[in-house]
Design a protein around this ligand. Structure first.
Ligand code: G1P
Length: 286
């Protein structure tokens, strides 16, 4: 498997006002946009071909990944090789293609636009709201789970808080070694009707999915929902929820994004140690 699909359709209303003009996928963790971190996860999992699905008002995401030879030459000319390399690596992470979803017809419709790109091969779907940090990249863990089951796999983790109502939640039939055979997924259930505590955190290996997307009727909000297509697949095939290891940040949420920025920055070579001292000093004054 070497293909990943990243849908960037959402309006990012939870992150207003900045998302009036900056797509949420380009919001930075200091100097690197979220989507670039997600592509890093894909590439380090062996997924070197990436399709980004954008809406018409998110063309700027294409610009981010375009090569800027003029600026590169200028930086090199001034001897700023390190900056020139940073600039170049931003646009040469993977083989990235784009497709535009002209109408907001839902997540299943967005995925259907990847059909020509993926063909009949299974692929990884990575949602931009979910940033993960782990020893083995989460997409790689998911691919390994797929290689054991040859079925669609949904990445989940236990969510003990009330926040679980914001996610798709796994309805589990049986469990073996982190693999949970699914009866279905319940999208954003109320707290008094949770089928489990396993929340879907934006990583999927989709296999044979288009057949079910084609049969999915319009659902919530009058849109074609991926969860509805996955429900259909659960009724006819084995679908598993895999409990991946690692830390996951909700990048669609302001506090989640701030936590990610702080925690990821603690490991930076250039100012991680300074940040640690600063946080300790600051904490002493609180
Ligand atoms: C989507 C999915 C949901 C999943 C979530 C993960 O919801 O529909 O099942 O748990 O992403 O981030 P959204 O965030 O688009 O409301």
């Amino acid at each position: 498997m070497n293909k990943a699909v990243i849908p960037c359709g959402g309006l990012g209303t939870r992150f207003l006002p900045i998302t009036k003009t900056v797509p949420k996928e380009l919001l930075p963790i200091v100097d690197v946009p979220v989507i670039s971190h997600i592509i890093d996860e894909c590439v380090s999992s062996g997924l070197t071909e990436v399709l980004i699905i954008i809406s018409p008002h998110k063309e700027i995401i294409k610009d981010y990944f375009k090569r800027d030879d003029r600026l590169y030459d200028e930086l090199m000319g001034k001897g700023k090789t390190e900056l020139a390399e940073i600039l170049l690596s931003a646009s040469s992470k993977a083989d990235i293609k784009f497709v535009t979803q002209y109408e907001p017809l839902g997540s299943a419709h967005a995925v259907s636009l990847a059909r020509d790109f993926t063909g009949d091969e299974p692929f990884c779907l990575a949602l931009g709201d979910d940033l993960t940090v782990s020893e083995v990249p989460v997409a790689k863990q998911m691919i390994e789970a797929y290689e054991k089951t040859h079925s669609t796999i949904i990445g989940v983790q236990k969510c003990e808080g009330d926040d679980i109502v914001k996610y798709g939640v796994a309805d589990v039939v049986s469990n073996y070694d982190r693999h949970n055979l699914l009866r279905g997924i319940v999208e954003k259930p109320p707290l008094n009707a949770l089928p489990s505590r396993l929340a879907c955190y934006g990583r999927y290996i989709l296999s044979n999915i288009y057949k079910y997307i084609d049969r999915t009727p319009k659902g919530k909000g009058g849109e074609y929902q991926l969860t509805d297509a996955l429900m259909l697949q659960c009724q006819e095939e084995k679908v598993y929820a895999y409990e991946f290891e690692g830390k996951r940040y909700d990048m669609g949420d302001k506090f989640g994004a701030l936590k990610a920025a702080i925690e990821l920055s603690l490991n930076r070579k250039d100012f991680g140690d300074d940040l640690k001292s600063y946080i300790k000093e600051l904490a002493a004054t609180l």
